[in-house]
Design a protein around this ligand. Structure first.
Ligand code: THU
Length: 136
């Protein structure tokens, strides 16, 4: 399922970069954007949304995923994340678990302030994941 056309991936990455501009991150000042590609071909974007009660901060990846799910799109083909860093970074552990729920085979693409990028898979980032099937 996962040969995604290069042009689609570029669009996804661009959506992640653009979403970072909407980041609400007054505490970390680390503006992250993410975008997900669903099996229906739609792209949903999100940013990190922080809170004065720090533990309530929501990562960009989860904002994007929750937006897709809330619109009725529950199966992810790919997730792109943009971080304002010289090197690409990977989704945090909590986001990996949430990606697993909706896209255990998803491609994960990380982009950053430089031309460097990483393409990997959720399966490589969270091997032997606990997921919906374990609940029977
Ligand atoms: N953050 C994300 O949104 N996604 C990541 O992949 C890494 C971390 C956010 C959470 C918090 O708002 C800020 O970046 C600093 O950790």
């Amino acid at each position: 399922m996962n040969k995604i056309p290069a042009a689609t991936l570029r669009r996804l990455e661009k959506a992640a970069r653009t979403a970072a501009r909407k980041s609400y991150s007054p505490y970390s000042k680390f503006a992250v954007g993410a975008a997900v590609l669903t099996v229906s071909g739609k792209i949903y974007a999100g940013c990190n949304v922080e809170n004065a009660s720090y533990g309530l901060c929501n990562c960009a990846e989860r904002t994007a995923i929750f937006s897709a799910v809330a619109t009725g799109h529950k199966t992810l083909r790919a997730v792109a994340v943009f971080t304002p860093t010289p090197l690409p970074t990977m989704p945090c552990g909590a986001c990996r678990q949430v990606i697993n729920e909706f896209g255990p085979q998803a491609l994960v693409v990380s982009v950053c302030d430089s031309a460097q990028r990483i393409e990997t898979t959720l399966d490589a980032l969270l091997p032997a994941a606990f997921g919906p099937r374990d609940l029977g």
